[in-house]
Ligand binder design. Structure first.
Ligand code: SF4
Ligand code: FES
Length: 257
């Protein structure tokens, strides 16, 4: 069996942009002797160390947990949000997925609602606004209720948990031709709408979150399904159908406006 190399040399074409008003441009940066055991973010760390030694501006990128759970990291790699590996965030993408001599094009998540902060780092506070508009349940204070007081069928609990796997990374928006946030919003609506605890505020939630999504200038769903394909947590577009049902129900049959 052919032994894979331990290190590879790459050419990065990285999007450099000083801020939201800067036009931005691609910069070619060599990435030499990159261990194939590194994650994509560790590769960027290594390149940044080299840029620092050379007295050059480092590449700005978002990250936090580096375990695929916080949703902070994200970039478009060779035209794909989060890169070539399915169901994988870039903090969990390993350099062994690339070959010696490759050129890698790295861009920020592009959408009108995601302004570039610097280079690959984008402002995703519009997602926070959508969550603030309804991504919660209200509970009365008092003693903690018995966990088994409301029986929930396993099938329903699993669907709710699948929707709750959304980490709010924004890859769905970046991969959608209309920059729609429907997959994200549908996951956040579904995880609560499916459970009895989420029903009392379901109408208010659906209307509030959809309205805020529109205010934040996300586009409309165009049924391309690129969002589902790019999602590192494999959130299904079945949730979008549920969001549409929740929204229509709330618009016609509730007092919420
Ligand atoms: S639906 Fe998927 S791609 Fe979109 S924000 Fe959630 S985890 Fe990220
Ligand atoms: S850094 Fe947390 S999901 Fe990638």
């Amino acid at each position: 069996m052919k032994k894979l190399p331990e290190t590879i040399n790459l050419t990065l074409k990285v999007w450099r942009q000083k801020g939201p008003k800067d036009k931005g441009r691609f910069e070619t940066i060599p990435a030499k002797a990159i261990s194939v055991h590194m994650s994509f973010l560790e590769m960027l760390d290594t390149v940044n160390e080299q840029l620092t030694l050379e007295g050059r501006d480092t590449i700005g990128f978002d990250n936090d947990c580096r375990e695929g759970i916080c949703g902070m990291c994200g970039a478009v790699i060779n035209g794909r949000a989060h890169g070539p590996e399915k169901a994988t965030t870039i903090c969990q993408l390993h350099m062994r997925k690339f070959s010696d001599g490759d050129t890698i094009v790295i861009e920020p998540f592009r959408a009108r609602a995601f302004k570039v902060v610097k280079d690959l780092a984008v402002d995703r506070s519009s997602f926070d606004k959508i969550i603030q508009a309804g991504g919660y349940i209200s509970v009365n204070t008092g003693g903690a209720p018995d966990g088994n007081a409301i029986p929930i069928p396993q099938e329903i609990a699993e669907k709710a948990m699948d929707a709750a796997a959304c980490i709010g990374c924004g890859a769905c928006v970046a991969s959608c031709p209309s920059a729609s946030a429907m997959l994200f919003v549908s996951a956040k609506v579904s995880q609560l709408a499916l459970l009895p605890q989420g029903r009392p505020e379901a109408a208010k939630r659906a209307i509030g979150m959809v309205r805020t999504m529109d205010e934040c200038e996300f586009g409309n769903c165009s049924n391309h399904r690129e969002c589902e394909n790019a999602c590192p947590k494999e959130i299904s577009i079945v949730n979008i159908a549920r969001l549409n049902r929740e929204f229509v129900k709330a618009s016609f049959f509730s007092a919420e406006k």
